[in-house]
Design a protein around this ligand. Structure first.
Ligand code: BG6
Ligand code: MG
Length: 226
């Protein structure tokens, strides 16, 4: 079942910021790419960076389905579970060595300033590895609530991950703004009745209310313009 929330009061003021993790706060795409490529190569086909772009915001299980389809390989559900675990083990090996230096430009300043200005802050990520990433990059302390792939059953573009974040923070969806780099994530925010700030290219993130190249281009004052 897909959740959709109709915005009832579009003029509500923003009280909470919900952040995607991969591609918004940290750049883990390169590690996902290396691990999926290793898996694809072990199955006898290649996996390109361009294909990797299409997996942003997509869950691990769905990413594997797409990769197997690109490689024209069929696997049973049990085999898929094994392959996803193998990929994840390689991925976790890499992210275990992440440091705060890998936090994207502007992230720490922006999180500090929204908290100082009284906004509530939550994570809304598809990843089941958010805990280790937040710990290694020293970002965990910024969050009032953390919702990740371990807590949700429906993947983006379903809004479940963000609706759960709003619920945990005790705010209405139309009091939330979502920061997202993936088309599926912007769609999830919009279906949830939230504002969305795209991190990336405005020709790609066409449904976002505002698009910037990174959090270093934003201040918490910009949220008043939404
Ligand atoms: C998203 C990434 O944040 O998390 C996707 O953009 C990834 O590429 C998904 O597949 C799931 O991540 P994980 O860490 O649970 O395999
Ligand atoms: Mg992302």
């Amino acid at each position: 079942m897909q959740n959709t929330v109709n915005p009832t009061n579009t003029a509500a003021s923003i009280k909470a910021c919900l952040f995607d993790l991969d591609g918004v706060l940290v750049d883990t795409a390169v590690y996902h790419y290396k691990a999926w490529k290793r898996l694809a190569n072990s199955l006898g086909f290649d996996f390109t960076e361009e294909q990797n772009e299409h997996l942003k915001g997509i869950s691990r299980a769905e990413s594997l389905n797409r990769i197997l389809a690109w490689g024209n390989v069929e696997k049973s559900e049990a085999e898929k579970l094994e392959l996803a675990t193998l990929k994840n083990n390689w991925y976790v090996d890499m992210i275990s060595h992440m440091t705060p230096a890998e936090v994207l430009a502007g992230t720490v300043d922006f999180l500090t300033s929204v908290r100082k200005d009284g906004y509530l802050v939550a994570l809304g990520s598809a990843s089941k590895n958010s805990g280790i990433i937040l710990e290694k990059t020293n970002l965990a302390h910024f969050f009032d609530a953390i919702v990740d792939g371990n807590l949700v059953s429906a993947s983006k573009p379903d809004p479940e991950v963000f609706l759960k974040g709003a619920e945990l923070l005790g705010v209405a969806p139309n009091q939330c703004v979502v920061f997202e780099d993936a088309v599926a994530g912007i769609e999830a925010a919009k279906r949830g009745g939230m504002k969305a700030i795209g991190i990336g290219n405005k020709n790609v993130l066409t449904r976002a209310d505002m698009v910037v190249s990174g959090l270093d281009k934003l201040t918490s004052q910009d949220l008043k313009r939404l």
